[in-house]
Design a protein around this ligand. Sequence first.
Ligand code: ADP
Ligand code: MG
Length: 387
Amino acid sequence: MNWDMKSLRSRFETVFGASPTGAVRAPGRVNLIGEHTDYNGGFVLPIAIEREVRALFRARDDRTVNMVSGQSPNERAKVDLDLTISPGLPKWANYCKGVIAGLIEEGVALGGADVYFEGNVPLGGGLSSSAALEVATGMAMLSASGMSGSVPGPTLARICQKAENEYAGAPCGIMDQAISAMGKAGHAMLMDCRDGSLKQIPFNKPDLVVLVADTQVKHGIADGGYAARREQCFSAARKMNVSSLRDADEASIELSHGNGLIDDVEFMRARHVVGEVHRTLEACAALQSGDYRQFGRLMYASHYSLRDDYQVSCEELDELVRIASVTKGVYGARMTGGGFGGCAIALVDAELADSIAQALAEGFFGKFGRRCPVFATHATAGAGVLE
Ligand code: ADP
Ligand code: MG
């Protein structure tokens, strides 16, 4: 499908019978390092990627919001701004309804609008199309109501997270919405998940790109496995009498394991979290000194810890990382996201990116007999106005 603004405008016109008056965009994301640290009060380091949801809009002079998505063209949605907004069908619009409800609750005087969405973030692929849709909705509704810029990034991110939690029923943290709303081009965003503070870290060496390889796998154990990991971490923290594993360190978890306070599984989970918090800060230091080799080594170390201690990888992700590790021009690679499937990322020489992408896709096909889409991205800007 054509993705240029002219084509998008003409689709808006076909759907709504009038021209759009504005357009906004909001990107998906990958997390470079800092996995399964968010609910332990640790750090994450996402970048906004060159895949995004665009929203074209036109203000209406009534109190109706009509929403159509190119990814679900037969399921149109409608909201009356003067009535209680509740989740329902179509499911995709619940993310948007939650954001509209959140903005109203925040006291923003929204007006009616026609909104057309189009995205190229794969749906359900772990690159956070959901956060991109939420943030694009917020930006579009604010712009259409003549209020763009009136809601600060952290507030918009919180409204979008709440929409995902309460309207889409997904208990996510705030990383995805925060990076989509507040990412900065050429930077990764260090988030301290304990106090919510953010720091933009330069990530812009021109001859490097990030490859994203999608296993297109979602293992059945994902949800249960995720909940179990959380509980094991919380249990270890309780037993060690710290409020979260952020407050533990290598010595304290070894002592607690040695004297039987935490069991073998809790020890392994805690060792990943403590190590990953440390690695994420080291990775930022490496970026700040331009040491991308070191950054790559930390990516591998993160992957092996997720595979061996946290046990959330799978053979498809391990195979992609293995291929990357024996391919020329790769600095580092790891699974990204919750695990049990989803995507792997690799930091690679831009000049060799095409051949490395091919090596990943072919190696994956050779072993599993399935396609593994791979694309390259830089750290791009968070949400903004398109025209
Ligand atoms: P992820 O965020 O990893 O892509 P989720 O399951 O959290 O996966 O979110 C995917 C859902 O978000 C889709 O099933 C769909 O409901 C919604 N969505 C995302 N982008 C769009 C879009 N452009 N148009 C319609 N729905 C979308
Ligand atoms: Mg999502």
